[in-house]
Design a protein around this ligand. Structure first.
Ligand code: NCD
Length: 307
């Protein structure tokens, strides 16, 4: 066993470490120049076995803004994966070339498996329908920046709560902060997995309710976290088609919400937020994507123990 620090699950970070990363991200946003050469000579590998726009680009931009370099693939068929190379062999090799690895894989648990074979820190950039801890860091930095703190909010999480890995990670992380109330909004078939209900919400005594209609609760929310129905995780297309338009946030629904509610979304959006909402000052999802890069800069520095 070695002492390499990985980020596979949001709970891998203590609250202190989490606060440190958010604080560091804040400082980077204020003084980006001070950080622009810290990782010169270091390499980040991005191994993406599943599609991505924001996560991969923001990791790569983060590394470049710290003065480091990047290598990797965005399409496993362009690497030896297409010849049948195992994840363990790929990780063994890449970890001899790179100083840190961010990986996304369709199989739940794959990032954890990678830690067994890696000689450098592994960051889970999404493992199937399981966890997505760096999206959660992004979400926390966004909430902290726009709502001042991470406590005392009524948070509505809406959409595909079953397969949405960002939802699972966000619930885990937010459960560590005081006085939040969670309203879970989903169709019956897309409610949160039982382990999140039992091992996090019930065990940690987090006040939560589960409802089906966004209209019934939108006026109570301080934060509305919308999500996409995760097409790629469905076993049959018919179910996806039936459920994909369960929620469409539009201006008429927004008119019932608090004046200072913020709308977040990990993106990509399909049609769960109408474009007309984009110009509403409460729509913060594009700003959220920007925070993602800064928090990944902070995370890379922290895992490489540079700051
Ligand atoms: C999310 C993901 O990959 O889980 N996207 C992202 O990283 N911002 C959300 C999604 O794909 O719906």
């Amino acid at each position: 066993m070695n002492n390499i620090k990985h980020l596979i699950d949001p709970m891998d970070l203590s609250i202190m470490e989490l606060e440190d990363i958010l604080g560091l991200a804040n400082d980077i946003m204020k003084n980006p120049k001070e950080y622009s050469h810290l990782l010169s000579g270091k390499i980040l590998a991005t191994l993406f076995y599943e599609p991505s726009t924001r996560t991969r680009f923001s990791f790569e931009a983060a590394m470049m803004k710290l003065g480091g370099n990047i290598l990797g693939f965005s399409e496993p068929n362009s690497s030896s994966v297409s010849k049948g190379e195992s994840l363990s062999d790929t990780i063994k090799i890449v970890s001899t070339y790179a100083d840190i690895i961010a990986m996304r894989h369709p199989k739940e648990g794959s990032a954890k498996v990678a830690t067994i074979y890696s000689s450098v820190p592994i960051i889970n950039a999404g493992d199937g329908g399981h966890q997505h801890p760096t999206q959660t860091l992004t979400d926390l930095l966004t909430i902290k920046s726009l709502k001042e703190n991470l406590e005392g909010h009524v948070i509505g999480i809406c959409g595909d709560l079953k397969f949405g890995r960002t939802v699972h990670s966000l619930i885990k992380a937010i459960s560590r902060y005081k006085n939040n109330k969670i309203i879970l909004i989903s169709p019956e078939e897309l409610t949160i997995p039982q382990y999140i209900r039992d091992e996090i919400l019930i065990k940690e005594n987090i006040p939560f309710i589960e409802v089906e209609r966004l209209e019934d609760v939108i006026d109570k929310l301080d934060i509305l976290y919308m999500t996409r129905v995760q097409k790629e995780r469905f076993f049959n297309e018919e179910d996806y088609i039936r459920l994909k338009d369960s929620y469409i946030l539009d201006q008429s629904k927004m008119s019932k919400a608090k004046k200072d509610m913020i709308v977040l979304h990990p993106l990509p959006r399909v049609n769960e937020i109408a474009q007309e909402v984009d110009k509403d000052p409460r729509a913060c999802y594009f700003k959220q994507a920007e925070y993602g890069m800064y928090v990944r800069m902070a995370l890379i520095l922290k895992l490489l123990e540079v700051r």
